[in-house]
Design a protein around this ligand. Structure first.
Ligand SMILES: Cc1cc2nc3c(=O)[nH]c(=O)nc-3n(C[C@H](O)[C@H](O)[C@H](O)COP(=O)(O)OP(=O)(O)OC[C@H]3O[C@@H](n4cnc5c(N)ncnc54)[C@H](O)[C@@H]3O)c2cc1C
Length: 382
């Protein structure tokens, strides 16, 4: 079969895939960056990049247009009481988050990867192409085109096709979340996270958010954790209207006549906590949502794919000027080439888990600020 040959194929050009491709291309690798969507494309998201994500963008030298910088976060807990949390100051990353629409963020990262030399390929990956020994040597696209490589990075989101091809994911054991967002007018200047009881003593297994964008609009959404039972995901969509009504009643958002607005509701799956996922095997590595790297306590992640662990840790993979280009194995025993691109044995934690603190802060004992222990660090990271 005739195949276009690369050192590495990255499937998915969201933040995880574009950052992986960018880092590999800057390191001298011949990289294909495949996505089924044409960029710029929209993506369901709360549009808030947490401090580690802001730090990573600056490390990579990628400039994105943020419409708002965020330091404080308001949390409405069960019973309707509010607390403020401020962004934690650490040496590891900046003490602020940024509001950036995903179409802009993803487009900036995609363009940066292409500028660095990654070859953009439009298409949906379908079937694997394997060597006689079983090693993955290529993927086919829906157009029938075949793309070959020595290494493959699956950054194709929560429902990863590459992860299925490489037998790295078990959806039945996954920890799934479904979240949906819309945009509504709001004059808030602080983002809100909201928890509520569905009925007495039964909390909604997720949360809502209102993230103002600094231009008079807010990203408003609801996410629900459903364990491995994905049929429950539709509850988030059903819950959104009631959530909007309650927040409008509280004066946090306005509800314009819906006919004035373009349809802006968009939902998506998240896979969390590495559940049911093997992150790498053979010559395939998963990154971002495909690797279930979403923090289960926050349902947020701007993933730091391992090949992109830090610009100073250049991958040893690929072509460098003055060196011969490697050719893919055509016969004999397959060596485990991933040894050269091995991730650390554990993923880097996404930051301090804030959810248990949030929960405690909003629990009956913590409903009034006076009950919060003095030493309680009302801070957030994301
Ligand atoms: C409603 C909602 C709100 C969220 N809010 C936040 C937030 O405020 N902050 C935050 O940090 N995180 C948030 N998240 C999580 C965040 O969106 C994801 O963690 C992030 O997008 C993961 O990036 P990724 O690159 O791994 O995958 P994605 O961004 O999902 O990118 C995957 C890419 O792969 C492509 N692809 C998929 N299948 C194929 C295929 N077969 N062939 C070729 N290409 C393919 C897709 O077109 C897509 O471009 C939210 C998620 C949702 C759903």
């Amino acid at each position: 079969m005739n195949m276009n040959q690369f050192d590495a194929v990255v499937v998915g050009a969201g933040p995880a895939g574009s950052i992986a491709a960018l880092t590999l291309a800057r390191g001298g690798a011949h990289v294909a960056l495949i996505d089924k969507a044409r960029f710029p494309r929209d993506k369901a998201c709360g549009d808030l990049i947490g401090p580690p994500g802001v730090g990573l963008l600056s490390e990579l030298g990628v400039r994105v247009e943020a419409t708002r910088t965020v330091r404080d976060l308001r949390v409405i807990g069960f019973g309707g009481h509010e607390i403020s949390m401020w962004c934690q100051t650490t040496d590891a990353y900046p003490d602020y988050a940024s509001y950036v629409r995903r179409s802009g963020l993803d487009n900036a990262l995609f363009n940066e990867a292409v500028r660095a030399g990654a070859v953009p390929i439009h298409g949906r990956i379908g079937d694997p192409i394997r060597h006689d020994c079983g090693r993955l040597i290529g993927v086919t696209l829906d157009s029938g085109r075949a793309i070959g490589a020595e290494f493959f990075i699956g950054a194709d989101g929560a429902t990863t096709r590459l992860g299925q091809i490489a037998d790295l994911v078990d959806p039945a054991r996954g920890l799934w979340c479904f979240a949906i967002r819309t945009y509504l007018p709001s004059s808030l200047d602080t983002p809100y996270i909201i928890l509520w009881d569905e009925k007495p003593w039964k909390s909604f297994p997720g949360y809502g958010w209102i993230f103002p964008d600094g231009t008079g609009w807010a990203n408003v959404g609801v996410g629900i954790g459903v364990g491995s039972n994905r049929s429950q995901g539709a509850r988030a969509t059903r819950e959104l209207d009631g959530f909007i009504d309650r927040m409008a009643h509280r004066g946090l958002i306005e509800t314009p006549a819906s006919e004035d607005l373009p349809p802006r509701r968009l939902g998506g799956w998240l896979r969390m906590g590495l559940a049911g996922t093997k992150v790498a095997a053979g010559n395939v590595l998963l990154a971002g949502d495909a690797a279930a790297l979403v923090n289960p306590y926050q349902a947020k992640a701007y993933p730091r794919p391992w090949p992109a662990a830090a610009p100073r840790q250049r991958p040893s993979l690929g072509h460098r000027p003055g060196r011969p280009r490697r050719t893919p194995p055509t016969s004999g025993t397959c060596s485990d080439g991933m040894k050269r691109l091995r991730p650390p044995s554990r993923p880097k934690p996404c930051g301090t888990c804030v959810w248990p603190r949030l929960r405690a802060a909003c629990s009956p004992a913590g409903r009034s600020p006076t009950y919060l222990p003095n030493r309680w660090p009302s801070t957030w990271t994301s």
